[in-house]
Design a protein around this ligand. Sequence first.
Ligand code: SF4
Ligand code: SF4
Length: 500
Amino acid sequence: MNDPLPSLSTGVAGNSAVDSAGGAATVQSAAAAPVLPAASQAFSPSAPGGGTAAAPGTLSHGGGGQEPQRDLPANPGAGIDYRRFLDCIHCGLCTAACPTYLELGNENDSPRGRIYLMRAVTDGRLHLTPEVQRHLDLCLDCRACETACPSGVQYGRLIEPFRVAMEELGVAGRTSQSWFHRLVLHGVFPYPQRMRPLLRLARWSQRLGLVRLIQAARLTRLLPGPWRQMVEMLPPLPRPAAKLPTFVPAVGARRRRVALFTGCIADAMFRHMHWATLRVLARNGCDVVIPQNQVCCGAIHLHSGAGTAARTFAEQNLAAFEVKNLDAIVVNVAGCGAMLKDYGHHWHDERQAARAQFASIVRDVHEFLDELGLVPPEGKLPLVATYHDACHLGHAQRIREAPRRLLAQIPELQLRELPESEVCCGAAGTYNLTQPEMAQRLAERKVRQIVATGAQAVLVGNCTCLMHIERFCRAAGHRLWFAQPIELLDLSYQGQRPRL
Ligand code: SF4
Ligand code: SF4
């Protein structure tokens, strides 16, 4: 198997050559790396810079100035502002923060390597081979590299549009538009009303012992990969919580008027968390509206490359929330919050300003309560807990201290720091379904760290991370209590304790 960047030295040398001169040096660096093609080979039939007229639908660079304008048919990097690639100074400080590099030690699976690959494809120096795609697909989009980068590289704004373009241009035999993506990831997950009957069926199968039987007989092995992952990751399903109201009034004097974003998977599987959030917001003096016509944030589609469908979801949410009458749109799922906050950046059209206005009032629930000033919870919770920084909270939204500050106010709660708290657990939205091997490696790494803290409770600000870590904790025989921090606050306000 040829790796585009088999070693650190090859990658950096190639990249340096590109920076300094482009053109001839590029071909030279291409010769040095095993699968880097000569420039004339790339993007056949029309070579970059060869004067071929752009094909219909060709994208062009959105900015730059240091590189000549290129018009490359089927070039997934062509719509990206080229200056974003140039922000990377190849220092490598991000590599130690990258979960896939930590696990594999391969430069191609590091942020620096992936930026190099995307840029080389954009330049036309590298074919978008299945091997190159594999390195890009293995990225969790956790954005730990952004936190670590001293040069301010906005990695998410490289990988996300690059993936979207790979899908939309249909390059090099992409498989992610497979039936699983169309049917499940795109056709069911974003729609709570479609998920609920399936979850009911799963719950009854669990109650009747069918799931246990299937697992004991190892029949799940007969299922195709992603289906097997779905069956195995399902936690024991409780009775679904009651339907959410359209409005919850503040307790006491009103301090803010906010709306709750309920999402899709969260609404179908974690409604109890929404109820806890509503109670905590009301207890903190907030009138809360819950728009009934809101929809999925669009992250599932966007992160699997379906940008147009994601934009449709965004527009539906803009119509559902009366931004002018709200102080904030509060989100209790980190992945959704990160997506909603990026509505103003993902698409460049005449609606961009409206989406940016919507994004400007989106707040993660911990961030919101921390800014507002928490009404001190009084119920004692004498237990040892640890907190995992979900990537889309810690890295994408840079919210690390707010949840800790809120939890510190719960009487008698002992919060133990989790080593490598900021390293992705492998859930990463639907990554655990599409890249199960790496997802499992990272989850098992996380479980080892959690167990070492001696905590009884594990707190996570993102429900898919929570489900993913809990699955591997269970599999390893550890019985820990998992919840979102907001649920613990709710228990404290109510004077109740978790059933450990
Ligand atoms: S830390 Fe930033 S500048 Fe350095 S290699 Fe990584 S992405 Fe590039
Ligand atoms: S987003 Fe995460 S997995 Fe992807 S390159 Fe950055 S640190 Fe690595």
